[in-house]
Design a binder for this molecule. Structure first.
Ligand code: 1YM
Length: 646
């Protein structure tokens, strides 16, 4: 016999103003989903998972949960299970309905039973799990609590029945939420394993000791388990696993001041890029904010103090050290937890709470100065590195000045190699960066000159991962690109408003050399014009791999699967002519235009910073100093890179 929850309460319950409010609330979520979860594309779809996982992470932060298991089912439903206390299953004293139902149907009905539990995670949109419920065709909650198992199911947020207790007893404890996103709401319904995996890995780094797993039932054997007793120290080691560290163990601080827990880990490497990742309540604040300002300022002050100490003695120079110098080759993670975070900026990825700057700065300065005092050997290495950075910065400034003077002498303006378009309205203009002069020639003939500009690039561009800023600025291909794009180069002089094209399209051959050039260009953009990627300006053109001719019918295939499909669809196998394009140069201007450049037919892939950490790692591995990880990566992914001829 199964027992229906609160039969009595349910019988006594008459529908009143409260219920109408609930229905109106969920109706609003279904009418304007984007207002609640940001968008209804893949991003919004994945956001649903984060919202549910957040509740489980909250339970972990409160100290009751050690494990979270996430499963992508065959139908692209998601199940999230934790081993916490379980959502309370009693009838809510004032609302007269089950607490589970309340949590699942009422907007922002979190933390009703507020004790002193630490509720901070609250996600980016922080809308709560009821939004997930409203946007799911089916959602089922299972709770194991007080030796009993309880379930309740919903459709589009509306309970299908009252909650039920299963007969018999169970010693399990925890909560499971299984939901099927509503395919009438979402434009994309397939979950991406790597996207979920990257975020869950991040959450495991940020909440040390917590075990998080991800299983993909759509594909055998896809299973990741994350558990990092080292927390964000392990995060630093992960991000820098292919870089050469300046010293062994990342520096790690943890401190709670004025009720704000702060955790910082960082290490310097022999590279030049700054990789600073900041989190507030487990949310990646990609645009920084007051906590980052506080940390930077503490780092600058502490290192300056120590540098005066060390350099003062042998009067090396009167060169002033800047904050930028101190962050060259720095990988750092800052994580703070706040009760009431204020997120600002266009995408709400910037922390606004003013008081946090002082709190972080004071704590970090204190910890850093003590550390540098107690570890003179590391301090020495850091100061030497910072000092070298300052020298290079001076050299870069001089190189820039020279370049500016040169371009003034030459009449400035645009590079000679650029075949510009006639429109001057950036929103409609496109710039094609084309591999090689011959493909560049075809592109020039095939383009629509009204809005498409062509810049041919000579062979391989400089690997910016291995070069310093002065050398980068002096590099001709890079200078030409920067001139054409119009925004300038370098942190202090980059200006997005001067962008001359709202689409910048990288077009290379579909071979190993081509993908190498793509990677070099992406590395460059990622390091020196990140804003272009963040604003969705950068694209990869996708030239076809095959032309398949059958009688008068001509078709293009962009990948192997498509080729196979086209071939399979041709019933009369006689007279098939197939050409494999080894390079863009093999296409005549007309073909190039129709397949790869004409907005009507072409396929562009937009480059996003969605996974900065992963991209950075792959970049470093593919482009950095160390050969072994690169060889291994290529070996492991050889099945992806067909016809590898390295
Ligand atoms: C797979 C998702 O939601 N776990 C979860 C949620 C709650 C609790 C435990 C919980 C919280 C509290 C007390 C408390 C929630 N409870 C509520 C509410 N996993 C998942 N695990 N007891 C249990 O905050 O005091 C909202 S979320 F409101 F009912 F307390």
């Amino acid at each position: 016999m199964e027992e229906t929850q609160g039969t009595e309460a349910a019988a006594n319950h008459t529908y009143g103003a409260g219920d109408i409010k609930v229905l109106e609330g969920l109706e609003a979520v279904r009418k304007r989903p984007a207002m609640y979860i940001g968008s209804t594309d893949g991003r919004g779809l994945h956001h649903l998972v984060y919202e549910v996982v957040d509740n489980a992470v909250d339970e972990a932060l409160a100290g009751y949960c050690t494990r979270i298991d996430v499963v992508i089912t065959k139908t692209n439903a998601i199940s999230v299970t934790d081993n916490g206390r379980g959502i309370p299953t009693d009838i809510h004293p004032t609302e007269g309905i089950g607490t589970v139902e309340l949590v699942m149907t009422k907007l922002h009905a979190g933390g009703k039973f507020d004790n002193d539990s630490y509720k901070v995670s609250a996600g980016l949109h922080g809308v709560g799990v009821s939004c997930v419920n409203g946007l799911s065709s089916l959602l089922e909650v299972t709770v194991w609590r007080d030796h009993r198992e309880f379930t309740q199911a919903f459709s589009k947020g509306i309970p299908l029945a009252a909650g039920e207790f299963k007969s018999g007893s169970s010693d399990k404890q925890g909560t499971r939420v299984l939901f099927q996103p509503d395919d009438t709401i979402f434009t994309e319904t397939a979950y991406n394993f790597d996207t979920l995996s990257a975020r869950l890995r991040e959450l495991a780094f940020l909440n040390k000791g917590l075990t998080i797993t991800l299983r993909d039932e759509r594909e055998d054997d896809k299973f990741h388990e994350f558990h990092f007793p080292g927390g964000i120290t392990a995060f630093i080691e992960y991000m820098d696993s292919h870089k050469k560290p300046l010293f062994d163990h990342p520096i790690h601080f943890e401190k709670e001041t004025q009720g704000v827990p702060l955790e910082i880990a960082f290490r310097y490497n022999e590279g030049y890029a700054e990789n600073l990742f900041s989190f507030v309540n487990n949310v990646n604040t990609v645009d920084g904010g007051t906590h980052v300002v506080g940390f930077k300022s503490a780092l600058t002050r502490a290192i300056n103090q120590k540098a005066k100490d060390l350099l003062g003695k042998n009067k090396k120079s009167d060169l002033e050290l800047t904050g930028e110098d101190m962050r060259e080759g720095l990988t750092a993670v800052i994580s703070v937890k706040l009760r009431e975070p204020q997120f600002e900026g266009q995408t709400k990825h910037k922390l606004g709470n003013g008081e946090v700057k002082g709190i972080v700065e004071a704590a970090a300065f204190d910890l850093l100065s003590t550390f540098l005092e107690e570890n003179p050997a590391i301090a020495r290495k850091v100061i030497d590195k910072v000092y070298n950075a300052a020298i290079a910065r001076e050299a870069a400034r001089k190189a820039r000045q020279m370049a500016r003077r040169k371009s003034v002498l030459e009449g400035g303006g645009l590079p000679g190699k650029l075949a510009d378009c006639s429109s001057r309205i950036p929103a409609e203009c496109e710039l094609y960066l084309v591999e090689g002069d011959s493909a560049g020639g075809s592109a020039k003939q095939g383009r629509d000159r009204a809005f498409q500009a062509i810049l041919p690039l000579k062979g391989k561009i400089l690997n910016v991962e291995k070069a310093r800023i002065d050398k980068i600025m002096a590099n001709e291909e890079i200078a030409t690109m920067a001139q054409a794009i119009g925004c300038g180069l370098g942190e202090d002089s980059f200006n997005l408003e001067k962008l001359r094209y709202h689409k910048i399209i990288i077009m290379t051959d579909a071979d190993v050399d081509g993908s190498h050039i793509q990677t070099l260009l992406l590395t460059f953009f990622c390091r020196y014009m990140k804003e272009l990627i963040e604003n969705g300006v950068l694209y990869l053109a996708q030239p076809p791999l095959y032309k398949i001719k059958h009688g008068k019918n001509e078709q293009y295939a962009f990948n192997e699967a498509e080729k196979d499909r086209i071939l399979a669809e041709i019933s009369d196998k006689k007279g098939i002519y197939m050409q494999r394009y080894k390079g863009l140069g093999e296409m005549n201007p007309d073909q190039l235009a129709t397949t790869t450049m004409n907005p009507e037919n072409r396929v562009l892939r937009r480059i996003s910073m969605e996974d900065v950490v992963l991209a950075d790692q792959i970049f470093t591995m593919l482009m950095g100093e160390e050969v072994e990880p690169r060889r291994k990566f290529i070996e492991e992914n050889a099945h992806l890179v067909r016809e590898l001829d390295v």
